[in-house]
Design a protein. Structure first.
Length: 439
């Protein structure tokens, strides 16, 4: 049986290292075995702005067909106050997509990106060529997070207001005409159903990012480790990798408050602990600012905390994780947040300490996988119980009993629900549903 053909719109693509193209990158080896021939439409590297990771391109199968699009230069558009890739590349993607869809047969278009402006191409191409499209909701396009009582001011000034207006104008139009919608979080789908009558009739599925064991193999072959731990003496190194945005200070405050109390009670033992936060912003080297160290300093524990604030490569991050004694997971006050790092952490088989909000998607995933010591708390409730749980964890860790802090891992659940091969199969099932006539 001939393969169906899917045009995958992923503006970010290796060698650029960006979170929103990881689903596509990990899925590419598995689409053909489930009946689909992928063709990727991406923006060429010379028009990209961000952190480049040449080794990441080696994880893309050599037979993958990639169609490269142009975009307006960020050096030019920033003079007018914007640098968003979605805006810079919209016209060029529209034109290249028209050429591809008009010149050959495609069964489906798949938008997998957080550059939501590009999703508005779906209805335009569908009207012109009759090709249905599927949307991957990795983050909410429209969100009321910063309008909730007690929330901090939104970042970005007028840019945030413009993005908010764009989401209000176009989200329902673009998502509501999709043939199917997938999401990393069930709450994103619930929000869409609540906002748009009839959205519940669109086929949908919750499909997390997952992880690829092949990525760990590529990481192990890296010639250099981008961040090293001081192995002199008997220090224990706890590591968090990835961005620490404005929704995570709550978890950091819980962690550092407990550390301060613990070292007041056991100063000699506590000073063996070292906390490392690597790649805490999306900015490249020289432009990143620390976001963790100021919080640690406010609690008086900055001398036990190190922060590398610029972004590092995905494979570099995996390599550093394999060198750590304990891996840290920080919960977000956005309860729908579903961190993909959990699945890579799982594959390293290192002990995991997770600070999570109760009733969050993260809490549910960690409970399902049974792979971490979980410290639970709520935003506006006393943290005494969480502090006590952390102090107990620190004591066991320093006593050489890290294994006692970890539950029995649910290997069956991980294999069934979080490996790239299985998640690609589920994507393709949703693709097939998207091709069925509407009920």
């Amino acid at each position: 049986m001939p393969l169906k053909k899917v045009l995958i719109v992923s503006p970010h693509f290796p060698p650029l290292n960006a979170p929103d193209m990881q689903r596509v990158r990990m899925s590419l080896p598995y689409y053909p075995e489930h009946g689909w021939e992928p063709v990727v439409l991406a923006v060429a590297a010379r028009y990209q702005a961000g952190v480049f990771e040449p080794a990441l391109a080696q994880t893309v199968p050599g037979q993958t067909r990639i169609e490269w699009s142009r975009a307006f230069s960020p050096a030019v558009t920033r003079r007018f106050g914007f640098g968003s890739l979605g805006l810079r590349s919209w016209f060029h993607l529209w034109r290249r997509g028209r050429q591809l869809l008009g010149g050959e047969h495609f069964d489906l278009v798949f938008f997998s990106t957080t550059q939501f402006t590009c999703v508005t191409l779906g209805p335009l191409w569908k009207r012109r060529f009759g090709v249905p499209y599927v949307v991957d909701v990795q983050d909410p396009w429209r969100t009321d997070y910063y309008e909730r009582p007690g929330s901090r001011r939104p970042p970005g000034g007028w840019k945030y207001q413009f993005a908010r207006l764009e989401a209000r104008l176009f989200e329902g139009w673009a998502f509501g005409r999709a043939a199917a919608v997938m999401s990393v979080s069930p709450r994103y789908l619930e929000d869409l159903r609540g906002r748009y009558p009839g959205f519940e009739r669109i086929p949908s599925a919750v499909i997390p990012f997952g992880a690829s064991a092949a990525d760990l193999e590529h990481a192990a072959r890296l010639a250099e480790v981008p961040y090293r731990f001081d192995r002199d003496g008997d220090r224990i190194h706890l590591l968090y990798t990835g961005a620490s945005g404005p929704v995570m200070p709550h978890a950091l405050n819980v962690l550092f408050a407990a550390l301060r109390t613990f070292r007041e009670r056991q100063p000699a033992a506590a000073r063996r602990l070292r906390f490392h936060f690597v790649g805490t912003s999306y900015a490249p080297a020289g432009r990143a600012r620390p976001s963790v160290l100021p919080i640690a300093a406010a609690h008086g524990v900055a001398d036990q905390v190190s922060e590398l604030s610029h972004r590092i490569g995905l494979l570099e991050s995996l390599r550093v994780q394999q060198e750590a004694d304990v891996l840290l997971v920080l919960g977000s006050s956005d309860l729908a947040y579903s961190p993909s790092k959990i699945y890579n952490y799982y594959l390293t088989r290192r002990p995991i300490l997770a600070l999570v909000f109760r009733d969050s998607v993260m809490e549910r995933v960690l409970d399902e996988l049974a792979c971490a010591c979980i410290v639970r708390f709520r935003e506006r409730e006393p943290k005494d119980e969480a502090h006590a749980a952390l102090e107990t964890f620190f004591g066991l860790l320093l006593a050489g009993r890290a294994a006692d802090t970890q539950p029995t891992r649910n290997e069956a659940a991980f294999r069934a629900g979080y490996l790239a091969a299985e998640l690609t199969r589920r994507q393709c099932e949703l693709f097939a549903r998207a091709l069925l006539p509407p009920p």
